[in-house]
Design a protein around this ligand. Sequence first.
Ligand code: GLU
Length: 461
Amino acid sequence: MKSRFAPSPTGYLHIGGARTALFAWLWAKKTSSKFLLRIEDTDQERSTQTSVDAILDGMEWLGLDYDEGPIYQSDRTERYNEVINELLSNGKAYYCDCSKERLEKMRENQIAKKEKPKYDGCCRDKALKNGVIRFLNPDDGLVVFHDFVKGEVRISNSELDDLIISRTDGSPTYNLTVVVDDHDMEIDCVIRGDDHINNTPKQINLYKAMGWPLPEFAHVPMILGSDGSRLSKRHGALNLLAYRDEGFLPEALLNYIVRLGWSNGDQEIFSVEEMIDLFELKNINNSPASFNQEKLEWINQSYIKSTEINNLVENLKWHLNNLNINLDNGPNIYELAESLRERSGSLVDMAQSCVMFYCDFDAFDSVQANKVFNTNSKPILEDLVANLNSINSWTAENIHSVIKIICEGHDIGFGKVGQPFRLALTGNGKSGSIDISAQFVGKERTLARLEKAIDWINSNS
Ligand code: GLU
């Protein structure tokens, strides 16, 4: 069996699209089926390579791998024409040359008479040879199908239009290409946004006209912003890759989006394996889900705390690379990440916290230096240099003992030593516990930074 994700490359991959892709992917994994990626780029004016790249990168980042594709609709024009010609020669499609003006007028009249606007079939019997090509929709009967999310859907053929399957320039339209592709690519389950549910009966009539078996359908409700309006930029980043850039782990995002409209009791955290194991199309909620940025952040933090360290570091490295950090020039990144994960809100946070361990800073923050570095703190810094220098085994415990000795020797509290030490070590006063930070900075670098602080005092007092 097979499912597919069929985005149009007319914008970036957004949260809603990613969730549709995830549901289709989960269905495939759950049912040991194949998953296909199809790029629906027949709208040449609106399709861009940038969007294609964003879709492919987004899928890769999320780990939504596909067994087939990417298949581009733009490569399949010949096949679409073949089907259109077959429909024409079987009398199931016809040319229509109605002018825009006529169609508009017809529409206005229908609206005035409170009728549902639809093409009146004026060209059905004209035997024209140019214009758009319309599908001859049956006049009578019902289209009935079962949707995994919506249940039974029924619509009378009298409400359906003779839809355009080929434009005046000869290019095929979405409803035609999607049917040809889902048939040719042997798609068993069509999982897509419910903004397409009105297209489905028209598509079903096309399948029937071609004598093709129908796939099953699941139309997924849309995602709303926290204020109940349609999700838009106002509610946070829509571009999926912006979440990568902002320091989210892909597993956290998957976990968050799978819960948008799908649930398994009260469970909040799901590994990908658990999602596959528990996923059922029939458990998708029929009402729209609301996007909640705070919850997404909470899930991300809990993944940062608990994900397997190799996975954490692999994702962190992408951000470290963006900051041009050379990991050969500092501590073991796995140990450092382990020590930082508890207090990092995002991978961006974590990467920024890493900088001081691999790169020396140019200057101390001047506001803080003016406050903290002075003739009182100078002897403390000098004592730190002397005592730390004699440590043989550079561990947080031994560094801690030195701080304690200096506190006792000067009869001062921890803060009086910790504050100048922290500023000397970090340049900006921001770090976790000072002994652990110094351990990761390394002995040589720690001593050099203390000396630098002493030099600062000498030249500023
Ligand atoms: N290309 C369509 C879209 O991006 C989806 C088509 C489908 O899944 O059937 O909205």
